[in-house]
Design a protein around this ligand. Structure first.
Ligand code: SF4
Length: 129
């Protein structure tokens, strides 16, 4: 349940994530957060439009709500995520390796998450970008 709340809230920058092999926030979780928020907002708007039909003429309110409740928070979440990954990239061996996939904090060769204190190949498979 806490994980779902984190995803919905686009949990902010947390440097501890750089030290775990199981990152909670990835690009995928941000996309999932967008879809969940969009789903909740659209369901809520169905009820609102049902009881306030006059709002059909003002659908821009829904567009504003999507911007402020979905797109902007997701953008902030992604920015925070990117800052964290950027910091990890500059301070780990994997960050300079061509096999590192920053969108999922993953090593493509070993198919494992990497972190500040976990380099799956221990440097053996490192190749420059
Ligand atoms: S090959 Fe090694 S150095 Fe490169 S990303 Fe994978 S674990 Fe990191």
């Amino acid at each position: 349940m806490n994980r779902l709340i984190d995803i919905l809230n686009f949990r902010t920058y947390d440097e501890d994530e750089n030290y775990t092999d199981k990152p909670q926030i990835t690009v995928g979780s941000i996309v999932l957060g967008v879809l969940l928020r969009l789903f909740i907002l659209l369901i809520a708007s169905l009820f609102v439009f049902k009881y306030f039909p006059v709002l059909y003429d003002n659908t821009w309110v829904l567009l504003l709500a999507i911007w402020f409740l979905v797109i902007y928070p997701a953008y902030r979440g992604y920015t925070n995520y990117y800052k964290r990954i950027d910091k990890m990239q500059s301070s780990t061996l994997c960050g300079s390796c061509k096999h590192f996939e920053h969108s999922s904090q993953l090593c493509r060769v070993y198919d494992e998450h990497v972190s500040q204190n976990h380099i799956p190949c221990e440097g053996d498979s490192w190749e420059p970008k």
